[in-house]
Design a protein around this ligand. Structure first.
Ligand code: ADP
Ligand code: MG
Length: 664
C-alpha cells in the first residue's frame, strides 16, 4: 500500500484509519467548523466565557487524533514524518488561541483570535486529503485486487460418490472437481470428462475463448463458458498459476523501485529541515521583518504545514502501483517496481529463438538413419520424454504417432545441447548435431548440409557413442514476432537474437525478422557472456525467453521477460516480468508503459517539490495562512495521486480499451 507520510498504514488497520471513521468524523467536523466560523462574531456576543467552548475543539480532537497517534508512533520508531509537522502546527494554533485568551497575543484584553478555527480547519483538510488519497490509491490498485479476487474460494470435489462444495484448500492432487457452465474454474488440472470453451482473459488479457476437451489443461481463475467439465487436479490450490501470480504481485508491492528510496530519503530530510526552517522563519519575521510575534508564529506554523512532504512520498508508490496494475490487466505480471523502472531504460532487447521468436508448433520434417526407423524413433522419443524443450515436445509428438515409447532411465539434461538417457539398456544421446565429433557424423554430412540450406534445426542421435541418425526440424516464426520487432524498431530499440541453434536456422529467422543482429550456436553460458558484452557497451538490456535453457541469461540481463508463464513454473519464477501467454507483441507496449510510469514519477516529484518550495516562500511573506497552506498541501497530494492514476488509462495499441475486459 502506498504510504503517505500523513497517513499511517499498518498490517492491522486501526479504527480511526478506517473509511467509516473518516467519513463520520468529517461530517461532524464540517458542522462544527461552520459553527466555529460564526462563533466569535455572531454567537458569543458579549458572553466571553463562551470563547472557551469553541466547536473547533471537536474538530481538533476527532481529526487530530489520527495525526497525533501517527506522529507519536513514528517518533517512537525514531521516524520523523510529516504527521509530526501537522501535529506541531495544531499545538501551535491551540497555543496561540490560549495566549489570546490571556491577552498576551494582542496585548490588549482577553479575547479569542479564533486560531482554534484555523487549527480545526487544518486537521479537517488533512483528513479530507487522506480520504481522497485512500480512494484514489484504492482505484489504482483495483487491477491488482481484481487479480487477487480471481483466486477461487470454493470447489466441487468428488467425494463418497457425489460432488461436494468445499473450500479450495481441501483440494488434493488427483481429486476430481466439477465445474459447471458459466462458473469459474477452480483448479489447475486436466479435463477428464466433457468439453467446453474457456475464457482466460482474466489471467492472460486475451479475450478469445479457447476450446478445451478431454486431456487439455485448464487453469484456476479462468472461466468455463459453455459445457460442464470434470477436471483431474494437477496442483494443490496454493500452487496454481493464479495463486502464484497473486503471491508474486503481493511481493511486487513490497519490492520498491530504487527511485522510491530516493524520494523517501528526501522526505526523511525534509521533515527535520521543515522544523528548523519554520523556527528560522519565525525569528527572521520577528526580528528581520519586525512584525508582531504572533504573526511571525503564524508564518512559522504555515511553513510547517506546507512543507509536509506527503505528495512527495506518494509520488512513486502510486505511479508504480498504477503501472503494475495496468500491466496486469494486459496479462503481464510485473514482479517489482524495480523491474518497471528498469524496463523504462531498456535500449536493447535480446530474444531467445526457439520457443520465443518461433512457435512451439515445431515440426519434424526429415529423418535419416542407418538403423531400423522404428527403433530409431523409440530411442529418440524415449530419451526426450523428460525434456521440457520445445524441440523435445515436437519429437515426442512425432514419435508417439508411429511407435510406443519404452521407458528411459537415468535421463540427464545436457543443458543447452540436448539430453542423455538409457533406453533398452543402451546409452542414448540426442543433441544438436555439432555436439558430435565430425567424423562420427560423416555418414549424414550430405543430409545435414541440405537441411542446413533449408534453415532446419538439426538434431543427431547416438547409441553407445555412435551416431546412427539425424532429424531435421522446422520451426516457424511467430506471426506476432514481426509486429514486436517492427514496433521496437520504431521505438529505436535494438533487437538481438541469441540462439543455441545452428547458423543457417538462426539466419533464416533473422532474415525474416528485421532484427539488429544475431549470434548462434551458443551454450547457455555463452548467452550470458553475450549479454554481458552488450551491457559492457553501455546498453540497458532486457532479455526475453521462455525459461528453457535461458534462465541464466534471464538473470544476467538488466531486466527480463519470460513468456508463456501460464502453466510454466520456470517462466513464472525466474524473470522480472512474466507474460502469461506467448504474446510477444505486448513487449513494446509494456516498454512504453514503463517509460510513461517513470515519467509520471518524475513529473510527480518535480511537481510536489515545486509546490512545496513556492508555498514556503509565500508563507514566509505572510501570503499564505495555515488554512490556505493546508489546502495547497492537500491539493498537491491529490494531484499527484490523480496524475498517477492516469497511468491506468494508458492503452495498449492492440486493443481499443486500456485492457481487455475481464469477465465477472
Ligand atoms: P534457443 O536458444 O534457440 O532457444 P536452446 O539453447 O534451447 O535454443 O537449444 C539449442 C540447441 O540445442 C537446439 O537448437 C537443439 O539443437 C539442441 N537441443 C537443446 N535441447 C534439446 C533437446 N531436448 N533435444 C534435442 N535437441 C536439443
Ligand atoms: Mg529457447
Amino acid at each position: 500500500m502506498a504510504e503517505s507520510c500523513c497517513s499511517v498504514h499498518h498490517e492491522k488497520v486501526v479504527f480511526f484509519e478506517t473509511l467509516k471513521y473518516k467519513i463520520v468524523s468529517l461530517s461532524i467536523s464540517l458542522v462544527a467548523l461552520v459553527l466555529a466560523f460564526l462563533w466569535n462574531d455572531h454567537i458569543i456576543g458579549d458572553n466571553h466565557t463562551l470563547m472557551y467552548f469553541n466547536p473547533a475543539w471537536i474538530v481538533i480532537v476527532i481529526c487530530g487524533i489520527p495525526l497525533f497517534s501517527s506522529a507519536i508512533e513514528n517518533l517512537m520508531q525514531k521516524k520523523i514524518k510529516s504527521s509530526l509537522l501537522i501535529s506541531i502546527s495544531l499545538v501551535a494554533c491551540v497555543g496561540l488561541e490560549i495566549l489570546g485568551w490571556t491577552g498576551v497575543v494582542s496585548n490588549t484584553h482577553a479575547h479569542s483570535e479564533n486560531y482554534l478555527f484555523a487549527g480545526g480547519e487544518v486537521a479537517f483538510l488533512m483528513m479530507i486529503g487522506e480520504l481522497l488519497e485512500d480512494v484514489t490509491v484504492k482505484r489504482s490498485r483495483s487491477g491488482i485486487e481484481k487479480l487477487v479476487n480471481l483466486a477461487p474460494k470454493m470447489a466441487n470435489i468428488f467425494m463418497n460418490g457425489k460432488f461436494v462444495s468445499m473450500p479450495v484448500s481441501f483440494v488434493q492432487v488427483n481429486d476430481i472437481v466439477l465445474v459447471k457452465p458459466h462458473e469459474q474454474i477452480t483448479v489447475d488440472g486436466k479435463i477428464v470428462k466433457g468439453e467446453t470453451s474457456v475464457n482466460q482473459s482474466a489471467i492472460t488479457g486475451e479475450s478469445m475463448p479457447l476450446d478445451r476437451k478431454v486431456n487439455d489443461v485448464v487453469y484456476a481463475g479462468t472461466w468455463n463458458d459453455s459445457g460442464a467439465i470434470e477436471i483431474c487436479v494437477l496442483k494443490p490450490s496454493d500452487q496454481t498459476t493464479v495463486a502464484r501470480m497473486v503471491e508474486l504481485i503481493k511481493e511486487a508491492e513490497t519490492k520498491r523501485a530504487p527511485i522510491a528510496s530516493i524520494a523517501d530519503k528526501w522526505a526523511g530530510y525534509i521533515v527535520p529541515f521543515a522544523i528548523v526552517l519554520s523556527i528560522l522563519v519565525f525569528f527572521v519575521s520577528m526580528f528581520g521583518l519586525k512584525i508582531d510575534w504572533s504573526q511571525a508564529l503564524v508564518r512559522g506554523v504555515t511553513v510547517l504545514v506546507v512543507f509536509c512532504p506527503c505528495s512527495l512520498a506518494l509520488a512513486t508508490p502510486t505511479a508504480i502501483a498504477a503501472g503494475i496494475g495496468n500491466a496486469s490487466y494486459r496479462g503481464i505480471l510485473v514482479k517489482s517496481g524495480q523491474a518497471l523502472e528498469s524496463l523504462a531504460k531498456v535500449d536493447t532487447v535480446v530474444f531467445d529463438k526457439t520457443g520465443t521468436l518461433t512457435t512451439s508448433q515445431i515440426q519434424v520434417k526429415e529423418i535419416s538413419t542407418n538403423i531400423d526407423e522404428k527403433l530409431f524413433l523409440e530411442y529418440l522419443g524415449s530419451a526426450e520424454k523428460s525434456s521440457e524443450h520445445p524441440l523435445a515436445k515436437a519429437i515426442i509428438d512425432y514419435a508417439t504417432k508411429k511407435v510406443a515409447l519404452p521407458e528411459a532411465s537415468l535421463t540427464k539434461s545436457l543443458v543447452g545441447v540436448g539430453v542423455q538417457a538409457v533406453v533398452n539398456g543402451k546409452n542414448v544421446v540426442v543433441a544438436k548435431y555439432d555436439y558430435f565429433a565430425k567424423d562420427n557424423l560423416e555418414e549424414f554430412a550430405k543430409d545435414v548440409s541440405l537441411w542446413e540450406s533449408k534453415g532446419y534445426t538439426i538434431v543427431g542421435l547416438s547409441v553407445d557413442e555412435k551416431v546412427c541418425g539425424v532429424v531435421g526440424l522446422f520451426d516457424t516464426v511467430k506471426a506476432n514476432a514481426f509486429e514486436a520487432i517492427d514496433d521496437l524498431n520504431m521505438m529505436k530499440i535494438d533487437s538481438v537474437m541469441l540462439t543455441g541453434d545452428n547458423f543457417s536456422s538462426a539466419k533464416a529467422v533473422f532474415d525474416t525478422l528485421n532484427m539488429s543482429s544475431f549470434k548462434y550456436s551458443l551454450l547457455p553460458e555463452d548467452k550470458v557472456s553475450a549479454i554481458e558484452e552488450i551491457k559492457g557497451q553501455n546498453h540497458h538490456v532486457c532479455m526475453v525467453g521462455d525459461g528453457v535453457n535461458d534462465a541464466p541469461s534471464l538473470a544476467s540481463a538488466d531486466c527480463s521477460i519470460a513468456m508463456g508463464a501460464m502453466g510454466s513454473d520456470i517462466a513464472l519464477e525466474v524473470a522480472d516480468v512474466a507474460l502469461m501467454t506467448d504474446s510477444i507483441e505486448k513487449i513494446p507496449g509494456l516498454l512504453k508503459l514503463s517509460k510513461k510510469t517513470l515519467f509520471a514519477i518524475k513529473r510527480n516529484i518535480i511537481f510536489s517539490m515545486s509546490v512545496n518550495l513556492i508555498a514556503v516562500i509565500l508563507s514566509f511573506f505572510g501570503l499564505l495562512t495555515p488554512v490556505l497552506g493546508a489546502l495547497v498541501h492537500n491539493c498537491s497530494s491529490v494531484f499527484v495521486v490523480f496524475s498517477s492514476s492516469l497511468l491506468l488509462l494508458v492503452k495498449d495499441k492492440k486493443s481499443n480499451k486500456p485492457y481487455s475486459s475481464t469477465k465477472k
